[in-house]
Design a binder for this molecule. Structure first.
Ligand code: PXP
Length: 248
């Protein structure tokens, strides 16, 4: 199966909020994360990811509803397991939901979800999401206990957190890549499907291709940043071309 590219459009909203957070009704408001999502789809993205954070620092509620209405591929809603956000997810009914840990002071998602500690709360949310037809993914570190817990929780997918790999150098990087390889093997053996994301860019993504069983990469910052220079369609096409090198 070819490796799919999911484009995370949070940072289109970050740029909008930097100027218009207090005046989202202004006719001047730009850039539109929905317009960015549609361009990404036309350029070959197989899905769009957006994270509705509790602090609403980038994506807003109505972005999510508009994305759900407008996308021709699929919406992957990234979400913390907070009652308010879960209630929105149950209304929106995204194709996929990726449960992530959320900490108000972080710059971006740090570390994976702890599926062992939060097993009970996660079971409840996963059941509700499944009941509305949403496919569930759990964003976790490549840790054997977490992977086992994700399988026990009956999530369809895990998204392996590639941040530690992306940030490491030298032997630590080799070690982190090895953990991802082993994690993907374990997940696959347990019947879980495997995605990956966080910190991936045009330089490190080929190295990640040593990891087997990958179905989808979710990439945001690198693509939106390159888009400022090349335009979004080119930035997406360049990442898509790299994804096509993934060994089948
Ligand atoms: N996947 C998950 C679960 C994330 O939380 C993020 C960051 O929002 C990404 C992928 C994309 O990370 P990046 O912006 O570093 O590509």
């Amino acid at each position: 199966m070819p490796l799919r590219l999911g484009v995370n459009i949070d940072h289109a909203a970050t740029l909008r909020q930097a100027r218009y957070a207090r005046d989202l009704e202004s006719i001047l408001v730009e850039p539109s994360p929905v317009a960015a999502a549609l361009i990404a789809e036309q350029a070959g993205a197989e899905g769009i990811t957006a994270h509705l954070r509790e602090d609403r620092r980038h994506i807003q509620d109505r972005d999510i509803f508009r994305l759900k209405e407008s996308l021709q591929t699929k919406l992957n809603l990234e979400m913390g397991n907070a009652p308010e956000i879960v209630a929105i997810a149950l209304k929106v009914k995204p194709h996929d939901a990726c449960l992530v840990p959320e900490n108000r002071n972080e710059v971006t998602t740090e570390g994976g979800l702890d599926c062992v500690t939060h097993r009970t709360a996660l079971t409840e949310t996963i059941t509700k999401l499944h009941d509305t037809g949403t496919v569930v993914s759990l964003f976790i570190d490549p840790d054997p206990h977490q992977i086992q817990a994700a399988a026990d929780l009956k999530a369809e997918y895990i998204e392996l957190h590639t941040g530690a790999f992306a940030n490491a150098t030298g032997d630590t990087r080799t070690h982190e890549l090895h953990r991802l390889v082993e994690g993907a093997r374990q997940a696959h053996a347990l019947g879980l499907r495997v995605n990956a994301g966080h910190g991936l860019n045009y330089q490190n993504v080929r190295e990640l291709f040593a990891v087997p069983h990958l179905e989808e990469l979710n990439i945001g910052h690198a693509i939106i940043s390159r888009a400022l220079i090349t335009g979004l369609a080119t930035a997406v096409k360049e990442m898509k071309a790299l994804c096509e090198e993934y060994p089948l």
